[in-house]
Design a protein. Structure first.
Length: 252
């Protein structure tokens, strides 16, 4: 029997699910190996007898906590996909502010109708077999990881930095062009897509396990970035990964 797969959305833009739907030719081969039983963006009839669950989005309400726990209880394997699910993503920026202020800033006069709770990553709530980072995820990586999971294998996530992919493409370092980039501390796997097209890496794939953050901060300082600018860069997608800037900006 084919493994049954479900794809679920929590607090997110659902861009990672659109990436899956944009697999084009690859999705036909993938659908030949699985039975898709739950995917709101792709099918009308939905069931809850899935073996593998893909989760997009961060967890921002108690209702989402309970729903995620229910999905975890039914799935044999659970995979978090995208920066929101794996890192907290843009939604995690809320945690850096007073939650009540954030609620009124977003909802204005209707704030009383929308309880606001801290943003959580999927792994903060349930056990996760694998995390597939990116904003959005990489199509080729999704196919590769899914095939491995269907074979009962858990792929090893990359520990290289985005810089290694830039070097493989013979890209000129963006710092030499006056562009700030988090490639030196960000986990690879995206093919260095942003630096290749002239945009600095924003860290959407999360930091390496042991990133040299101190050197990264000193590089950004040497390029004229203020403390606020450094903080904004480091927390864009990684607000739930605490970094102490105080030692690097003593006296400021």
């Amino acid at each position: 029997m084919k493994p049954k797969v479900g794809v679920f959305s929590f607090t997110s833009c659902e861009g990672c699910q659109l990436t899956i739907l944009n697999l084009e030719d690859e999705i036909l081969d993938l659908l030949g190996a699985i039975e898709l039983v739950n995917f709101r963006e792709a099918i009308d009839d939905r069931r809850n007898d899935y073996d593998v669950a893909f989760i997009e989005g961060s967890i921002t309400t108690e209702d989402e906590v309970e729903e995620l726990k229910t999905i975890r209880g039914r799935a044999k394997a659970l995979v978090a996909i995208g920066a929101c699910a794996c890192l907290g993503g843009i939604n995690g920026l809320k945690n850096l502010h007073d939650l009540q202020h954030a609620r009124h800033r977003v909802y204005g006069d209707g704030a009383r109708h929308f309880p606001t709770e801290p943003t959580r990553r999927v792994r903060d709530v349930v056990q996760v077999e694998y995390e597939m980072n990116g904003c959005p995820i990489d199509k080729k990586e999704f196919v590769s990881v899914t095939k491995s999971l269907l074979l009962g294998q858990v792929p090893k996530p990359s520990e290289d930095a985005v810089c290694t992919e830039c070097k493989a493409k013979a890209n000129v370092c963006l710092y030499d062009k006056g562009v700030c980039c988090l490639g030196p501390i960000t986990r690879s796997g995206c093919g260095a897509i942003c630096p290749t097209f002239g945009d600095g890496c924003e860290g959407c794939r999360g930091f390496q396990s042991n990133p040299n953050v101190a050197s990264m901060i000193e590089i950004m300082k040497s390029k004229g970035l203020s403390r606020r600018e450094v903080e904004d860069r480091l927390t864009m997608f990684n607000a739930l990964t605490p970094i102490d800037l105080a030692p690097h900006f003593a006296g400021e």
